[in-house]
Design a protein around this ligand. Sequence first.
Ligand code: NDP
Length: 336
Amino acid sequence: VILKNFVNGFLKESDMYLKTDSISLKVEQGSNAVIIKNLYLSCDPYMRNCMTPVDNNPDYFPTYPPGSPIEGFGVGKVVESEYPELKKGDLVWGVTGWEEYTLINNPQTLFKIQHTDVPLSYYTGILGMPGITAWAGFYEICAPKKGEYVYISAASGAVGQLVGQFAKLSGCYVVGSAGTKEKVELLKNKFGFDDAFNYKEEHDLNAALKRCFPEGIDIYFENVGGKMLDAVLVNMRVHGRIAACGMISQYNLEHTQGVHNMINVIYKRIRIEGLLAFDYFPQYAKFLEVVLPFVREGKVVYVEDIAEGLENAPAALIGLFSGQNVGKQVVVVARE
Ligand code: NDP
């Protein structure tokens, strides 16, 4: 799947195309490179930001060069290796190409998958980049205390569903918002949120938040930005914390929306801290020690939305921006 050109405005299928070609991939002896067969690819909102060059993103992912395969996180199987730490047949997750096979020149960026008693696709989600994001963002940045009031936007997605369940395990009162009735039901009945609302049906977000949090919000896990952030700022409690994880409502806009209620940061002494998942990749082993038992013991459940075949990957990615996905959006390229 190739990016045709840099993207303006909302991402569309015509911004990408599928190319079928037979190319010979080879790892040079002593090159340290590996070839992986891609099994599961992850659709992540940040990928839209890699399709438009921006001025000032030194630590973010590099912009995709038009004419090249799209890159993103995925799970693959090593089919050839000149890298001593990986051998043929090993399963890995990390950044790969949206193609059937990918030559990886920097295999030290890949994580070798050691635990296969859980679904392999989980390494695109709960046990991969979104999982680390939820774990670091919630436990480290939000520093939760039992009984605190937690609000999560885009709550049924790859990251949000985990943050909500972590917050419940920490003894917090948890409310999430999502864009359909089905997702709101999922939040309450599957993920155990205390309450949830459909933000698309609320013409006054401030009033919706006041209804759900009459005493205010201690922790906001920010996935959406724009008007949502503005409404939250008014409803924060003194010494509240905001983990600025994502602002998906802004990614397709040519001019990002201003936020008007920032003065509350002063009045309420709010701490807002941004996070980038890969800062926490060195803590992957520590993360697994916490989250893998949650999965195995059923303390945390995970909902995925599976698209079959690379040809359906562009639509799956675009669907993130209209809320088509219910849970973590995964694309299956091959199952083994
Ligand atoms: P999701 O699985 O939650 O998918 C995106 C969801 O966002 C959609 O399903 C949709 O759900 C919602 N959405 C889309 N457009 C809008 C909009 N205009 N306003 C409100 N909601 C919208 O994605 P992830 O869980 O993977 O990512 C969630 C956020 O976390 C994103 O902002 C992402 O960029 C960020 N992120 C940041 C990371 C970091 O390192 N900082 C790492 C990973 C993710 P709905 O139906 O509810 O509208």
